[in-house]
Design a protein around this ligand. Structure first.
Ligand code: ATP
Length: 219
């Protein structure tokens, strides 16, 4: 099982397509998308947590293997990944493999995460690369990573935690920041996310998008 955290503010194909590719590349039965309540590392989301989770439900409907996990929303306070992994580990037991999926940019800043070294005691880290990720790691992180790095996804199934795997996925030039900017200017975000998600966003006029009727009644 694997976990993909994020703010999903809102969810888009840049989240969904890499997740599907990871399901196949790593032979995973399930990836849990975990929307964060109060992300400690970044500005607060624009949509509240239940709304972001609801859009995620809509987004994963019909995609086998992708499920929404609201565990961070049920916890008060900051959404520290280490707490989420502890929580999952308790329900999974000590022996089942667990992967935590993160982007290369996030991995480069890993040493700023709460109890970062504990993360690999609880799970494998799958670092998603998208081409063009050429910046060097901080020397201490690089050394830490090299001691744990594996190149074969099968190694992630052979132990419960402790490895780091770099996995390339398609590069989709989509970001939630770009989508929010687009909507605030009154431009459509259709095509950047499943249509059902787009219709929900447009119906509610999220992120300042005013053209509700244009989105739901084309022509
Ligand atoms: P924002 O623009 O608000 O920072 P985002 O679009 O990057 O948001 P997040 O919710 O922060 O989305 O991302 C959740 C996870 O999805 C992170 O691991 C991130 O690296 C990954 N991700 C986001 N966009 C893409 C993309 N276009 N391709 C591959 N992975 C992505």
């Amino acid at each position: 099982m694997a976990l993909l955290g994020g703010t999903f503010d809102p969810v888009h194909y840049g989240h969904l397509r890499p997740a599907v590719e990871l399901l196949e590349a790593l032979c995973l039965a399930e990836i849990r998308l975990v929307p964060g309540h109060v992300p400690p590392h970044r500005p607060q989301p624009r949509l509240d947590a239940p709304a972001r989770a609801g859009l995620l439900d809509t987004a994963v409907a019909g995609i086998p293997g992708l499920v929404v996990d609201r565990c961070e929303l049920d916890r008060p306070g900051p959404s520290y990944t280490v707490d989420t992994l502890e929580h999952l580990r308790r329900s999974l037991g000590d022996q089942r493999p667990l992967c935590f999926i993160m982007g290369w940019d996030a991995f480069r800043g890993l040493m700023r995460w709460h109890q970062w070294q504990r993360l690999a005691a609880l799970a494998h880290l799958v670092v998603v690369t998208r081409g063009g990720d050429t910046q060097a790691l901080a020397p201490a992180l690089d050394e830490w990573m090299r001691a744990r790095r594996v190149r074969d996804p099968a190694a992630l199934r052979a132990s419960p935690s402790g490895h780091v795997l770099f996995q390339a996925v398609s590069r989709l030039e989509i970001s939630a920041t770009g989508i929010r900017r687009c909507l605030a200017l009154g431009y459509s975000a259709q095509g950047l996310m499943p249509d059902a998600v787009w219709h929900e966003l447009a119906l509610r006029g999220c992120y300042g998008y005013p053209q509700i009727s244009r989105a739901i009644t084309p022509g």
